[in-house]
Write a protein that binds this ligand. Structure first.
Ligand code: R5P
Length: 297
């Protein structure tokens, strides 16, 4: 019988100097453990350390194996050396995960770049939220996508946006914003490629919203080109640098998947502009051992 270790069951003590000491609340000897762990709060570094330590505790508690269920994994944007003397952080995260020999499999959602699966030797089930995103928009637009354009806010999101558009309908057009990164969390829009968005309803589709600068840059360009409305959709809604405040003021609609746990107070406070689609069933399907091909296409 597998054992599912959820965030609410993850216990740890904190030493005065900030060191963490997790402990497993009941015996897991001989069990296969599905270890579901959020990796953003209170910040990615503490969350990662807690994950590594808890996985180590599971190994030392004689589990038969561990499946890590990490809906959002930080550091995956740093997947190559984009300037001299910098790390490939995504590869390092993969290596660190695999130092624990009991970790047999990883389930995650919409990793930053599909090819990052190759950083791991263990199987990676990279499931996608696009099915639940598409359901949301089917309801919102009453299944009528005649006047819709999906926009990728940069080249890296083009394939993701196209797959999402195909979920809405085979003829839903996709355009791409040409974005230049001028520094960490700094971007500049330099061009637009694809069908016009003038007099169209636009869905901007990305893997994540962090500070929101990418998606806001895309939104300004799309409004400048005469779109009727713009809705932004992503899998991971991180919202750092208090991005919520500027989105709330702008009054645009944003849809994210629930890969980063939020309190009910947070959900209510931001409900005027932020909606969540649920990923519980996707994760449950992947955990239950069903084929994940329908979850990742
Ligand atoms: C970039 O490659 C990603 O796909 C996202 O577009 C980006 O990380 C979002 O970050 P921000 O919201 O800070 O612009």
């Amino acid at each position: 019988m597998p054992f599912i270790l959820t965030p609410s069951e993850q216990l740890h003590t904190l030493f005065a100097n900030g060191e963490l000491k997790p402990f497993i609340p009941e015996t897991v000897r001989g069990k296969h453990v599905f270890f579901l762990h959020p990796l953003q709060e209170p910040d990615p570094n503490i969350a990662l350390m807690l994950m590594f330590l808890t996985a180590d505790a599971l190994k030392r508690a004689s589990v038969s194996g561990i499946t890590l269920v990490l809906p959002y994994i930080p550091y995956l944007r740093q997947d190559r050396k984009d300037e001299p003397r910098t790390p490939i952080s995504a590869r390092l995260i993969a290596d660190l995960i695999e130092t624990n020999r009991k970790v047999e499999r990883l389930i995650t959602l919409d990793i930053h770049a599909d090819q990052e699966q190759g950083f791991f030797s263990i199987p990676v089930d990279n499931i996608s939220a696009r099915t639940v995103h598409a359901e949301y928009f089917r309801t919102k637009f009453h299944n009528n996508f005649q006047n819709i354009v999906v926009v990728a806010p940069d080249f890296g999101s083009a394939v993701r946006a196209r797959r999402f558009a195909q979920k809405l309908g085979k003829d839903v057009p996709v355009s791409i914003i040409d974005k230049r990164r001028t520094g960490p969390n700094q971007i500049e829009v330099i061009g637009f490629i694809g069908p016009s968005v003038a007099n169209k309803h636009v869905i901007i589709y990305d893997d994540m919203i962090d500070t929101g600068k990418t998606i806001r840059g895309a939104m300004s360009e799309i409004i400048r080109q005469g779109a009727l409305s713009v809705c932004m959709c992503a899998t991971h809604g991180i919202f750092s640098q208090r991005a919520e405040e500027s989105f709330a003021i702008a009054g645009q609609q944003i849809v994210v998947a629930g890969t980063i746990p939020r309190t009910s107070e947070y959900i209510v406070r931001n409900s005027a502009w932020l909606s969540f689609v649920q990923i519980d069933e996707l994760l449950a399907d992947a955990i239950s051992g069903n084929s994940v091909s329908k979850l990742s296409t």
